[in-house]
Design a protein around this ligand. Structure first.
Ligand code: IPE
Ligand code: IPE
Ligand code: MG
Length: 256
């Protein structure tokens, strides 16, 4: 017998994905990007890695605008992984500085454009002033509903799943939920992405073919797109090309 989470009629038409994605939709509701290749972009120009990160922040600005114009409801950007702490302290400090600058300079524009900021991961581990700025930006934009920008900061998908398991276990121990009733929707609702549309398209730049601990659960039925472009060279046209690629895909979710 298939290991189905629900026990409804097996002869019914193929269900929408647990988190509500719609296989026939030509524009993805939720696009996530592993913004990779800043260092190589800088190296190719004889510049310090920081220059690559700065150019990468510019690319993020352009891509956010293009995504909004195309009708993407949620754009998720992988900005700092829980493994990126392995980098030299100077680079980590540069990245923090850039984040501080980006929030400082972009927050008004984001808010004006009706963009809600969400954070995936544990940004509390960042420098206190940066963590506070992030919290304030999230609070200030919480009521916006034109589009969501989710930024993954100190994010790792395995840790996200560990936290979800702990949360569910705690609630079960407290008698709030019954272990046998924990289903995919319950796990979905315990992740950092709770409430966001199902992930439709996951893009990685810079010619690397791996997920690097990003959205492992959410990517189960996302369309994957790996492009050689280094992140600072990715722009509105590159995003539109990716959306065109997505529109031509046939999503089957295991059905026919
Ligand atoms: C991605 O670019 C940005 C972050 C991980 C913060 P990289 O810094 O990983 O650039 P490459 O992969 O070394 O070129
Ligand atoms: C993934 O890129 C993380 C971000 C883009 C923030 P990395 O450059 O850290 O990934 P690996 O080390 O090549 O797997
Ligand atoms: Mg990299």
């Amino acid at each position: 017998m298939p290991r189905h989470v629900d026990d409804s009629d097996p002869g019914r038409p193929a269900p929408r994905h647990v988190d509500g994605s719609d296989p026939g939709r030509p524009t993805p509701r939720h696009v996530a990007i592993i913004m990779d290749g800043n260092g190589r972009w800088a190296k190719a120009r004889g510049l310090p890695r920081t220059a690559g990160h700065k150019a990468g922040a510019e690319a993020a600005r352009k891509v956010l605008r293009a995504a909004g114009e195309a009708g993407v409801e949620c754009l998720t950007l992988y900005a700092f992984s829980s493994e990126n702490w392995r980098r030299p302290e100077a680079e980590i400090n540069d990245l923090m500085g850039l984040l501080r600058f980006y929030i400082g300079s972009e927050l008004n524009a984001l808010h004006r454009e009706g963009i809600r900021l969400r954070i995936l991961g544990d940004h509390k581990a960042f420098q206190p002033d940066v963590a506070r700025m992030v919290d304030e930006a999230v609070a200030r934009t919480a009521g916006n509903d034109r589009m969501t920008l989710a930024i993954a900061l100190n994010y790792g998908a395995r840790t996200e799943l560990v936290m979800a398991a702990r949360d569910l276990a705690r609630r079960a121990a407290a008698g709030e939920i019954i272990p046998d009733e924990i289903d995919e929707a319950a796990i979905d609702a315990s992740l950092d992405t709770a409430g966001l549309p199902a992930l439709d398209l996951l893009i990685r730049t810079s010619g690397e073919y791996r997920l690097s601990n990003f959205l492992l659960w959410q990517a189960a039925y996302a369309e994957l797109l790996f492009v050689d472009t280094l992140w600072p060279d990715f722009d509105g046209d590159a995003l539109r090309a990716a959306l065109g690629d997505f529109a031509a895909r046939e999503r089957r979710y295991g059905g026919l």
